[in-house]
Each structure stands twice: as structure tokens, then as C-alpha cells.
Design a protein around this ligand. Structure first.
Ligand SMILES: N[C@@H](CCC(=O)N[C@@H](CS)C(=O)NCC(=O)O)C(=O)O
Length: 214
């Protein structure tokens, strides 16, 4: 249980694993990927957890199942100087936005018609994300790697959903997020569009994802 390099267990197309793969791509740091087919568990994951919850990052004695914590861990391990804005206020806004992305936007990917999730309303969540992104131009940073995989999937999974429309109604935020999706580290680690569409159709058929919102 002491891998020399971190191991990432995930299934294909997972938006949370995409965050980690993008950071790893950007930093050029070593990682071993164990990827299963969509909806299946990658072999070896149960050595690290009873539930096999994925994504899971294993390194030495550590087994982490929150992608946000994986980003923190890898950026500290491999010295990512631009992980956060240098100023305390900017850093705090980015950390807050990352929590809001997980509590609201990431959940909304799977429940796209809900405008209130975990006590957060869509308009508050959009405002928090807009405030944080307004502090820096779009560039490789943890917030960009955290949110871009989610926004990319809103565009593909729910092009006309309530969340997508709310973000499109805020052009500076929309442009920042589109620029984050266009970052080299994100595009190089994004699912192939044809594979993504096929997996999306299968996930909908299997009831893993709701049908597109009206
Ligand atoms: N908050 C977690 C979410 C992880 C998550 O929801 N993963 C999806 C797979 S893409 C899932 O269904 N996990 C549950 C499981 O693997 O049993 C993170 O950011 O890593």
C-alpha cells in the first residue's frame, strides 16, 4: 500500500477525475491512472476502500475520495505556485467558490431542474462563482481545473438547462468559464466528443443521468 507515485482510480468520463487529470497534465507530475468503463469500478480500488467510491487517489498511506482535496494535495506535493491568487481575500473567494461548485453546480449536473440544492439557490451560487472569477483572468489555477470539467458537461449534457442559461446570462462569468474549458490542460484530458456522447446516451438509458431539461 505504498505506491511511489499517486494512483488515480476513476471511471471513464468522470467530471471529478477530469479535474485531477487536468492538474496533473498542467504540472507534468507523475500519476498512474486506473480507469474503468463508465459506471464500473476500476480494478484495485477496493484495496483502498470498502465502498470503492470513485474517484479515489491513493498515495502512500493516503486514500482520498474528494477531488477538491486531491487538487490541494497534488498542488502542495508538486509545488503548484499558481494554485490560488496570492492575496488572502482572492484565495478565500476561490476556495469558497470551489465549495459552492461542489455543493451546488456539481449536484445540479445530476438534478438539472432544481434551483435550490443544499440550501443554496442558483442565483446565489452564480453570484459566488462570478465574484471569485472576477478576481483573476482565466488561467491555470485550482478554481479553473475544479470548475471547467463541470461547466464543460453542462454545455454537453444540459445545453438549455436552468444552470446553463443562468451562467449564459452573465457574460463575464460565461466567458471566464469558456476560457477555462479551453485551457490546454482541460482540452487534452477531456473525453473524446464521440465517446462522451455515447457514454452520455448510455448513462441516460441506465438511469444514471436524467434526460435533458426542457
Ligand atoms: N464530491 C466527489 C464526487 C464524486 C462522485 O460523485 N463520483 C461519481 C462518479 S463520477 C460517483 O457516482 N461516485 C460514487 C461511487 O463511485 O460510488 C468528488 O468531488 O470527488
Amino acid at each position: 500500500l505504498s505506491p511511489a507515485i499517486p494512483i488515480l482510480y476513476s471511471d471513464r468520463g468522470c467530471p471529478f477525475a477530469h479535474r485531477v487529470l487536468a492538474l496533473v497534465e498542467h504540472l507534468g507530475c507523475p500519476i498512474e491512472g486506473h480507469e474503468s468503463a463508465l459506471g464500473e469500478k476500476p480494478s484495485g480500488v477496493f484495496r483502498h476502500s470498502a465502498s470503492g467510491r470513485i474517484p479515489l487517489l491513493a498515495h502512500g498511506e493516503l486514500a482520498i475520495t474528494e477531488s477538491r482535496v486531491m487538487l490541494e494535495y497534488l498542488s502542495e506535493t508538486f509545488d503548484f505556485a499558481d494554485a490560488y491568487p496570492a492575496e488572502l481575500q482572492g484565495r478565500t473567494l476561490h476556495r469558497h467558490a470551489m465549495a459552492v461548485v461542489d455543493d451546488f453546480f456539481a449536484s445540479a449536473l445530476f438534478r438539472p431542474s432544481d434551483v435550490e440544492i443544499a440550501g443554496l439557490r442558483l442565483d446565489d451560487a452564480v453570484r459566488d462563482l462570478a465574484t471569485a472569477t472576477a478576481t483573476v483572468s482565466p488561467r491555470p489555477c485550482l478554481l479553473a481545473f475544479h470548475v471547467a470539467p463541470i461547466w464543460l458537461r453542462f454545455r454537453v449534457w444540459h445545453p438549455n438547462g436552468a444552470v446553463t442559461r443562468a451562467i449564459e446570462a452573465n457574460p463575464p462569468l460565461r466567458d471566464w468559464l469558456d476560457a477555462a474549458v479551453a485551457l490546454e490542460a482541460i482540452t487534452r484530458t477531456a473525453p473524446d466528443p464521440a465517446v462522451h456522447r455515447g457514454d452520455l446516451a448510455r448513462a441516460r438509458q441506465a438511469g444514471l443521468l436524467p434526460s435533458p431539461s426542457p
